[in-house]
Design a protein around this ligand. Structure first.
Ligand SMILES: Cc1cc2nc3c(=O)[nH]c(=O)nc-3n(C[C@H](O)[C@H](O)[C@H](O)COP(=O)(O)OP(=O)(O)OC[C@H]3O[C@@H](n4cnc5c(N)ncnc54)[C@H](O)[C@@H]3O)c2cc1C
Length: 403
């Protein structure tokens, strides 16, 4: 039996950021990671905004940055392109293995201890409280346990903290070479035939290399990615693909309990529009680390005290999560034919540059502002209503605050 003050399950970005923040406040923190190496295996596309990295307190470094992104091209199912270019670097393509390793070094420097190769099998429960975790014949007691176990979250589910059934999409990612791509432009390919419920992506890595992937809500993503790469680049021989889950269903209904907090993918804290979870999940995790340290300092790890973590993320980010979820649901309802008509109308009516301007000044992580501004543009709204109908927009409309 060992003891610690704060126990973190999982050394992904959420777990490491929570651990770092708690340790910086002077409490004892232990992270348990099932793999023998932090950041391995890596299934992530690694597209992170410049502002986002700043928000989670990570200084850009050539150690993990592979390429810079200055814009994007979105394709309708019939291949119509909407192009958005920015005059500056908006995002970095990062090597997630290296980023996670750097976060683990920072956590260790802050005083965190990391046990690698330790799989937590279950939580330790006393009455209504989580008092630690166990696995591999060892029990570790803690005042506060932070669950950062990632997308499938069996430990959180064992407590009844269950996500909605939809929005857990199998995704695949791979790196290809010998392809022709525009150097600093991401590609997003929409359509039910390519990737129902999500999209396919092409992220340039410099030279003739790109990271490509796809997630979908039905069908097998590997076969779909193979078809997409053949169609896009004429590729037949494919490199190994890495699989993971992309979350588009929004946060789970409750992320705290007695002695317990859930963060990152385990809590569904991702952008429903893109599945990106490193930044918003990381931000929430930092707040969880802070709340856990305060609970230890006060000797009060009760749910009543720890709920400040959830109060914070719901207040600061709840509107973002729900707007992005509405936008995702709206997109998922559109047939390929409707998407084609929408893209054609945007091109015909000169709205590409309007959207481009909004994206240029918008925030890649906090997308509510962009969505609100887009619907406030009479021209954009009129076209959306004409093609999609007023009803289709009503949920998104309700979620955006028009003051
Ligand atoms: C194909 C794909 C592409 C993506 N692309 C992007 C992108 O471009 N940008 C972006 O922001 N996000 C992207 N994401 C999402 C991103 O990967 C996640 O949001 C992010 O990794 C979540 O971080 P996390 O720390 O919550 O979970 P994870 O990164 O999944 O980390 C969880 C950790 O917990 C460990 N663990 C799990 N169970 C246990 C256990 N029982 N005991 C001990 N350890 C355990 C795991 O080994 C893992 O190290 C992508 C996801 C996929 C699948």
């Amino acid at each position: 039996m060992s003891k610690t003050e704060v126990l973190v399950i999982g050394a992904g970005p959420a777990g490491l950021l929570a651990a770092r923040e708690a340790a910086l406040r002077g409490v004892d923190v232990l992270v348990l990671e099932e793999h023998r190496e932090v950041g391995v295996p890596n299934h992530c596309a690694g597209l992170l905004s410049v502002e986002g990295l700043k928000r989670i307190g990570v200084r850009p470094s050539s150690i993990f940055i592979q390429h810079e992104i200055r814009g994007g091209k979105v394709y309708s199912p019939d291949g119509t392109e909407i192009r958005v270019t920015c005059g500056r670097t908006r995002a970095y393509v990062v090597d997630r293995t290296r980023l996670d390793k750097m976060l683990s070094r920072e956590a260790v420097e802050a005083g965190v201890e990391i046990f690698k190769g330790f799989r937590v099998e279950s939580l330790l429960i006393k009455g209504s409280a989580v008092v630690g975790a166990q696995g591999q014949g060892r029990r570790i007691e803690a005042q506060v346990t932070i669950d950062a176990e990632g997308a499938t979250a069996p430990l959180a589910r064992s407590l009844g903290l269950v996500r909605k059934r939809y929005g857990v999409l199998p995704g695949v990612n791979c790196e290809v070479s010998g392809v022709e791509v525009e150097p600093h432009m991401v590609e997003v390919w929409l359509g039910r035939e390519i990737a129902p419920g999500f999209f396919a992506w092409v992220i340039p890595l410099g030279g003739d290399m790109a990271r490509c992937g796809l997630a979908c809500d039905y069908g097998e993503p590997t076969g779909r990615l193979r078809d997409f790469l053949e169609r896009r680049f004429g590729l037949k021989d494919l490199p190994p693909m890495r699989r993971g889950f992309v979350l588009t269903g929004g946060p789970i209904p409750r992320t705290y309990g007695d002695g317990f907090l859930v963060v990152g993918d385990a809590a569904g804290q991702t952008k429903a529009t893109t599945g990106g979870g490193v930044i918003l999940g990381g931000l929430c995790a930092m707040k969880a680390g802070e709340a856990a340290a305060e609970a230890v300092e006060r000797g009060d790890p009760s749910a009543r005290f720890l709920r400040r973590y959830e109060d914070w993320w719901r207040r600061e980010l709840g509107g973002e999560f729900s707007s992005m979820s509405s936008a995702r649901r709206l997109l998922n309802r559109l047939s390929d034919e409707t998407l084609n008509r929408l893209f054609a109308a945007f091109k015909r009516e000169g709205l590409e540059s309007v959207i481009g301007g909004l994206v240029e000044e918008g925030d890649m992580d906090l997308q509510k502002g962009f969505l609100t501004k887009a619907l406030r543009r009479t021209q954009v709204l009129r076209t959306l209503i004409r093609i999609l109908g007023r009803m289709a927009l009503s949920e998104l409309w309700r979620n955006l605050t028009f003051k």
